[in-house]
Every structure is written in C-alpha cells, then in structure tokens.
Design a protein around this ligand. Structure first.
Ligand SMILES: [Zn+2]
Ligand SMILES: [Zn+2]
Ligand SMILES: [Zn+2]
Length: 941
C-alpha cells in the first residue's frame, strides 16, 4: 500500500508579476515613447505643475548638422535627469530644447554640395538651401533625442533661425547698439583665408605646426647708433619671429622698459638684444655665447630709437614709424627681448600701435595674399599661408643682409575649426562688442562672482577668461547668419537708430532676417538720414553676426520671451569647452543688455573618451555610436552609463563598459521584479502595519531605505548623479538582493497570506519598491515606467505615470539608530562568519540545504551575547537555517565582534515537506504528517 504524498507546492505563495525578467529595451522603449505621446504625459505634467515654483534649465543649442554622438547623448541625458528630478521635487520645470541653425558648418556644406547646373550663389539662394539643411538635421536630431528618453517641448523647440528668435535677438542687438556697446574698427582679428571670414576665439583649434623661425637684423639709423655710442651702419636690433611673412608689415620693435639690454660685438658688427636672452640666442645661432659687450642699458633707453625699415609698402606716414616702442608683454621666455611689431597682424602689436599712434598696417588681402602695394614686386600676390612665401621673404632678407639665422620650429598654432587650415591675424574693419564701454568687463566679473559654479574651478576659469579676453569681434563675412543691421554712409558714418530698429523689428517679426538679403532698403524707415552728414544715401552693410551672438542671446529670445519660462535660468549644463563659448557669449550679452548674469548656476561635463582615455574617432575604430547602442541595449543603458559618470571629469565609454552597465541594469531589474512579485496581492491601505508592529528586520530595512533616500536626494541636489546611482544600485544589491530576498523568502512564500510577519515584511518591501522606482524615474525613465505600470492601481495612488508622481517623501520617523547598530553587527560581522561556515559544510557535503543545519553560537564578548540574545528568536531566519542556539558568553570579555565559535551540526529533526525547515513538531499534526505546525496553520487559512 503506497501513501500518496499531498502536493503542497500550490499552497506556497511564490512571487507573481507581469514585469518580465528579460528587458528587451530596444523593442520596448519605442512603444513606451508612443504611449507617452498618446497619453500626453509631458503636457499633463505641465498642467499638474502649473503655478508651482519654476526651475529652468536652459538648453545650450547643439548645431543642426550631423547625427548625435556620445557627447551629445551624455549632455542631453544629464539635462533630462536634472529636469525630471526637479519636476518630481514639485517644481514646474519645462524643458525647451533648442538648435543653433546659422553658421559656417552648414553654409560650408551647402556650398560644397552646390549642383553644377544650380542657380547663381546669391545670398538669398544660399540661405534658402542652408535653412533646408538645418531643418533636415533639426528634425533628425529631434527624433534621436526623443529616442534617448529626453523629455521636453519638442513640438515648439527654439531655433536660432526662426522669426521669433531673430526678432528677440534684434532686441538684444539694439539694446547693445543703443548703449554704445557695439563699434566698428580696423583691428587684427583671427582670419581664415580659406573661408575668408573673421573667426572667434571659440572657433579656433590649436594644432602643432612646423614654422620658420628667423632671427632678423634691423639696422639702427645713424643718429640712433651714435646715441648708444655704436658705429653707424654696423649696428643692429636683433628680433626673432616665427611668422616671417608678417615682416613686410613691421613698423615697430617692442622692448621691455625694465629689462637689461646690451650691444654685442659680432663679426665687426654690434647686435642689440636683451642680456637675459643673449646666451640662449647666440647658442641657438651657433655662435660664441659671450661676445664682448659694446653698450649696455635699460630697455627704456631704447625707446624712440629708429631703424631702417625692411619694406615701406603702402604706409601712409612712414616718417613716424620704425622706432622702438615699450611694451609690458615683452618677456624673456623666448626670442631676443626685442619683439617685431606689426599692428595689422597681432593683438598685442595692435595695442602697442594704438599707444604710439601707429598705423594699423596690413598689406594682406582677404584671400591671404600680399596686396600690390606690399613694397616689393616679387612678393605681390603671394599667398602668405604658402610655405614658399616665407622662403621668398627670407631670400629678400638675405639679399639685404638682414637674416641672421633660420631654423624650423614646431609649435602650437591656431587653425580654423571648420576647414582646418592655419589661420592668420589680419587687420580688417570689423564690428566689435566693447568690454570697456559702460564698464562691461568689471560688471561681468562681478556677475561671474555671483554665479554658483558647480565645478569648483569654474569660477576661476570664467573670471580669468573674462579678465584676459579682447573685445568681442561679432562680424562675419558670410551669408548664413543674422545680418548686422547697419547702414553705411559715404561720409564714413554707420547708421542704425531707434527708427531703424522699429522698422527692422516689424519686418523681422513677420518675415525673418531673410528679408534683409532680399531687399535691405526696406529696413530703412522713410526719410532716414545719416546722423553725421544728413545724406539720404545709406547703403546696407553686408556682414552677418557671429553665431555665438545668436546662441548668446537665447536667454533673452527664449527664457525672457516665453511665458512658461523665466529669466535668468537656474542652470546651464554643457561641455567644458563652453567656458570660452556659450557660457561666455551668453554672459556678455546678458550683462550688456540686462546688467546681470543669465544663469544662477553653471555645471560642465568633460569629454567622452574611450576606455584608455583617448579621444573617439571613427578612423581610430574606437567610436561608440549612441544610435547603435540604443539599438543593441536600449536608451536606459546609455542613460545608466551617463548618470554613472562623475561627469565633471572626462567620461569613458567602450563596449566592455557598456556590457558592465547592462549587467548592473540586469541585477537592478531582478530586484525590481522580485519586489513586485513578492508584494502581489498586497493592499497598502489595508495590509500595511504600523511601524511599532513591524518586526525588527523590517524596521531596519525601512531605516536603511530612509538613510539611502536621504543620501540620494543630497547627491541629486548637488548634481552628483553618479553618487545617487551608486547608492541606488548598492541598496538594491546589498540590503535588498543580498539580505532581504534571502531572509524573507521563507516568510513571504510559506506563511499565510495575512500572517503578521508576512505583512510586516511586505510593509517594508512596499516602501522600498516605492522609493526605488521613484528614485530611478529621472535616470531610467523607461524601466521605472515599466515597473510603475506593473503595479496595481492602488500602489500608484491613481497616478497613471511615474513621471507624474512625486519624489519619495522623507519619513524621518523611520530612522532608528539603535537598530542600525544591532544590524550592522548582525549582518556586517556575525552573518558572514556563519554563512562562510555553512558554505564549507555544504562544500564538504555534510549538509545539502542550509535548512539541514543547526547553528550554535558561543560568543566570547558579553556585549555580543546580549545583542544576539535580543534577536534570538529571529536568528534562524536571519541566517536561513532551521535552528540557532546561543551559548553563554565565555568568561573573557574580549572586544571581538564575531562569535569566537560557531558550531554547525546536521539537524536531527524531521524536515517539513512544505517549508523545508527541520522542526521538532513535524509529524505531530493530524491529517498533515509531513508538515510543521506553522505550515499546518498557514494552509488552514
Ligand atoms: Zn576656415
Ligand atoms: Zn553721412
Ligand atoms: Zn513547514
């Protein structure tokens, strides 16, 4: 006769949830995006937060050319995490994405792709094609950002080429013109001869280049030589330069007033240079390092001495040039302490030229060629960037006995960011924004000091840049940009007054700045006359404004102009290259037009590099394409990576790093799934226990969750998202997956559904789930929403999306210092010792399941014995064994935390068929011979 064993498996409450183990993000996320769109969640959030205090992150507009890359993905993710977090914190935090649409990259591409049989390249035609090109990329990047889970007003983004934007930018421009901040001047500017336009500092890239370094002798005029007691006709100033092609523009030599100079006897001649550089210079020229000194004196004694020019060229008043000037920037770093000075080709030179009333002389045209009046027929028309031009200049110097030495020198030289050609410094008439007028530089520095620079070094970097920077050259000689609205009169005056502004405002508002390129005369109000000479013959200027002025006005054109936003922004968050770019241009426009900074706080992130710290290049094969990553892993994996970076440093990414992120994600997902499943059927309103009715382990879990929540909130507030991620992952893997899952399995699976111990566990786990899902929402919006959707309506409090929910409220009452201390010893010191021995027993095959074991603890510390006694009834549960007994503390009162002795024996008790524990009372219950008393009770309910 065989007895059929009853099947108890159906009476066990195993976790149940629809939240799948396998993420399948690549397929799931696009569906989620569609659902959000259909539900109008972003709009619902706006309605929900209406009237709440605003928190505005102002988007730095990416250029509308090309697909997004890892750097853009990092930037947009960090912004999105910030905005979502502040929204959950109860702020009204709308995000208006923007695009920088004008500028050379697009114009360059359009001109390159111009069809052979296409229309003439008029500004209007160029602009039409540029606009279409920009529109194409805005549409594409928009979808890419959305795919990344970036939330915002994508139906109404800001674009610097839109009429509305251009109209508000015109307001800012007029405000600056009105205040006299904008002026026109002949000044040396960075100039790309290839693109034939002025460039801003931010448009330069420094690369090593091989230059011709030359030592050149300028003969002292006879009277000047005599003044120093030197022989006329045989005495020379020795200068050093790495740009021989600028020598035709030489009109002065600069010396430092305080340096010691000397005339040295060299082959029957006298060479004048700084004493501090003499040994170095002579050694470089392979000469005797300490020739005899014929004269010595301070630099100030040289001031005004004159010398024979190299070329006279088209100088208007040659008689007052070719003298020694004094300048503080002359250093003893390199050269000879006598600096070749050409105000038409250098910023410092220009300043010196201004002080001495010298001509801003520049014999080089826009294409980078010597003009006909350069002063030497053999140089006419030569392109200065052509290496042969330096050779031609050196040949001339040699003919005239002026070349003392020549060598090749590798040094860092600015190149055009767009076409990669080396740039030159060239004097042209340009529009500038003055940093001196109205004390703009000082006001800006005062505003910089008020801003909260999240990167500790940000304040210094910005302040130093503002201290040192030259006036802002805002004009460009291109077609694809906002015009510099100005009219030129033959008398030399430039005209743009309030009437012009009003006229322009009306047109730009309706038609955009395109109208200027069709017929700029419409921008002149009827009866306009030159303010200087009264002439009505005013001609429109042809310059466009630096695109950094476009984006630099965005705070006015977007934050100030849109009712849902506010000025100034709470946060600007961009790559660290923006200290010299957008952070700076925005600051200058804001202080110039409004007298205050456009942002309250600024944070910057580093570059995205490969695992070894190298820049990513398609050609190097180390580039990671975010669009591919989203296809392979999903957007939440990129976001997890982005948020895990200590972003103020450089950020590393590689296939391996992504795989590790995916693994962290998988573990986190498992924990979420277990929580959802274990809480199945839990009704918070009905089943939650009061804190005082909870088991100690559950009170501890709540206290841990509370402490974690506090740290996560702090980290999020300080933009240390990586710390928040680390806290969340740590809590998920340690307190939950490592302890709670293990310890509570028995409670959750085998006790009766409404057993107080089971409800106690669920009360704590429910709070953990809520905290975890909500804290993850800004970082992993897709996964958090998926978990939210897997919750019954009652858990969601009727809120349809986690992104409409609030950040978990702190519950200070949950903290429990005493419990924290007990459990840190129990789980930090005792449990690992027990677990380790159990593993050894299992490895030695003395036990199978830990429930086969009984544990005896015999601590040698009284304190530990007391602590263990307090939890004696629960120790078997905590260690997941069938029984734990305590033996009194041994007489020694040692300080050790772990029990000195752990004895493990194989349980001799019968095993319960349902809960697998070995318990004495198994077999003593009528009708259930294989069950323990607890299980008999459980199945009876
Ligand atoms: Zn260029
Ligand atoms: Zn005039
Ligand atoms: Zn049992």
């Amino acid at each position: 006769m065989t007895e059929e064993k009853p099947d108890y498996s159906k009476t066990v409450l195993l976790p149940r949830t629809d939240f799948p183990l396998k993420a399948g993000l690549a397929e799931r996320e696009p569906k989620q995006l569609k659902a959000w769109e259909e539900q109008g969640i972003y709009k619902k959030l706006r309605a929900l937060r209406k009237g709440a205090p605003k928190w505005i992150l102002h988007d730095g507009p990416p250029f509308a050319n090309g697909d997004i890359h890892m750097g853009t993905a990092l930037n947009k993710t960090l912004k999105d995490v910030s905005v979502r977090y502040k929204s959950m914190r109860g702020f009204d935090a709308p995000y208006v994405p923007g695009w920088d649409c004008h500028g050379m990259p697009i114009e360059f591409k359009v001109l390159k792709d111009w069809p052979k049989d296409g229309p003439a390249k008029t500004p209007s035609e160029i602009r039409k094609r540029c606009r279409a090109e920009a529109e194409k990329w805005v549409a594409r990047q928009k979808e890419e950002f959305k795919r990344l889970g970036v939330w915002g007003d994508f139906d109404a983004p800001y674009m610097t080429m839109s009429k509305e934007f251009e109209a508000h930018q015109l307001d800012a421009y007029w405000e600056l013109v009105r205040k006299g901040q904008i002026y026109r001047d002949l000044k040396p500017v960075y100039w790309c001869t290839h693109d034939q336009t002025a460039l801003a500092e931010a448009e330069l890239e420094y690369q090593d280049a091989l230059s011709d370094a030359v030592h050149v002798k300028f003969e002292l005029a006879a009277s000047s030589a005599e003044k120093l007691g030197l022989a006329p006709g045989k005495s020379f100033f020795l200068i050093w330069t790495t740009t021989p092609w600028t020598l035709p523009a030489n009109i002065a030599i600069a010396a430092n007033a305080d340096f010691d100079y000397a005339a040295y006897a060299v082959e029957g001649e006298a060479w004048v240079l700084a004493k501090g550089l003499a040994a170095k210079a002579f050694s470089l020229m392979n000469r005797e390092e300490a020739p005899a000194v014929l004269w010595e004196g301070k630099g100030r004694e040289l001031e005004g001495l004159s010398y024979q020019p190299f070329l006279l060229g088209g100088l208007k008043d040659p008689a007052k040039h070719h003298r020694v000037a004094l300048a503080p920037y002359v250093t003893l770093d390199a050269g000879t302490g006598l600096v070749h000075t050409a105000p038409g080709h250098g910023a410092d030179d220009y300043v010196t030229g201004m002080r001495y009333g010298l001509e801003v002389y520049c014999p080089v045209d826009g294409a980078g060629r010597y003009v006909d009046s350069v002063g030497e027929d053999r140089l006419k028309g030569l392109k200065v960037s052509d290496p042969n031009t330096n050779l031609a200049v050196m040949a001339l110097l040699t003919e005239r006995g002026m070349l003392a030495h020549h060598e090749k020198l590798s040094h860092s030289y600015p190149h055009c960011w767009r076409c990669k050609h080396p740039i030159i410094f060239r004097a042209t008439e340009q529009w500038f924004m003055s940093l001196e007028k109205n004390g703009l530089r000082e006001k800006t520095l005062a505003e910089v000091a008020k801003v909260q620079w999240v990167n500790a070094w940000g304040a210094d970097r910005m302040a130093n840049m503002m201290k040192d920077r030259a006036d802002w050259c805002i004009s460009r000689q291109r077609s694809w940009g906002v015009p510099i609205y100005m009219f030129y009169c033959a008398c030399g005056n430039w005209h743009f007054d309030e009437a012009c502004y009003k006229q322009a405002r009306g047109i730009v508002e309706k038609e955009g700045s395109d109208a200027w390129f069709v017929d700029a005369r419409r921008f002149l109000p009827a009866g306009a006359r030159c303010s200087q000479c009264g002439s009505a013959d005013l001609k429109p200027g042809t310059d466009t404004i630096d695109v950094w002025f476009d984006s630099g006005s965005s705070h006015l054109a977007v934050l100030e102009a849109r009712p849902e936003l506010q000025w100034p922004a709470d946060l600007y968050l961009e790559g660290s290259d923006q200290y010299r770019g957008w952070f700076q241009s925005s600051m200058l426009v804001a202080v110039g037009a409004r007298g205050a900074a456009p942002y309250k706080a600024v944070a910057s992130h580093g570059w995205v590099l490969d695992a070894k710290g190298h820049a990513m290049h398609k050609s190097a094969g180390n580039a990671i394409d975010p669009l591919q990553v989203m296809k392979a892993y999903g957007a939440d994996i990129i976001r997890l990576w982005a948020a895990s970076q200590d972003f103020m440093d450089d950020d590393r990414i590689s296939e391996d790093i992504l795989k590790r992120q995916a693994e962290s994600y998988r573990k986190l997902r498992n924990t979420l799934r277990w929580l959802l499943g274990s809480l199945e059927g839990f009704e918070p309103a009905h089943d939650s226990l009061a804190i005082e009715d909870l088991k100690p382990i559950d009170r501890w879990l709540l206290a841990e969750a509370e402490a974690m929540l506090g740290r996560v909130g702090k980290a999020m507030d300080s933009l240390s998202y990586y710390q928040a991620v680390s806290e969340l992952l740590q809590f998920s893997s340690t307190q939950l997956s490592g302890l709670a899952v293990d310890i509570h399995k028995d409670t959750l699976y085998t006790l009766a559904r409404r057993d107080p111990a089971r409800l106690s566990a669920q009360t704590a786990l429910y709070r953990c789930l809520q905290v975890l899902v909500r804290c993850l929402a800004p970082i992993l919006p897709f996964t958090a929403e998926e978990a939210w959707s897997a919750m019954p309506a009652a858990w969601r409090g009727g809120v349809e999306s986690v992104h409409l929910a609030s950040w978990p409220e702190a519950q200070p009452g949950l903290a429990d210092a005493g419990l924290a201390e007990d459990f840190s010893l129990l789980f930090g010191a005792v449990r690992p010792v027990v677990t380790k021995q159990l593993e050894e027993e299992r490895a030695a095959k003395r036990i199978g399941h830990p429930y086969d074991a009984e544990v005896v603890l015999a601590p040698h510390s009284k304190a530990l014995y007391k602590l263990l006694s307090r939890h004696e009834q629960s120790l078997a549960q905590y260690f997941v064994v069938s029984k734990v007994s305590l033996e009194p503390a041994a007489p020694r009162d040692g300080k050790e935390l772990a029990p000195e002795e752990v004895r493990i024996t194989v349980s001799q008790q019968p095993k319960c068929e349902r809960c697998w524990r070995h318990i004495e009372d198994v077999g003593s219950h009528a009708g259930h011979p294989g069950l323990c008393g607890r299980c008999v009770q459980a199945i009876a309910q």
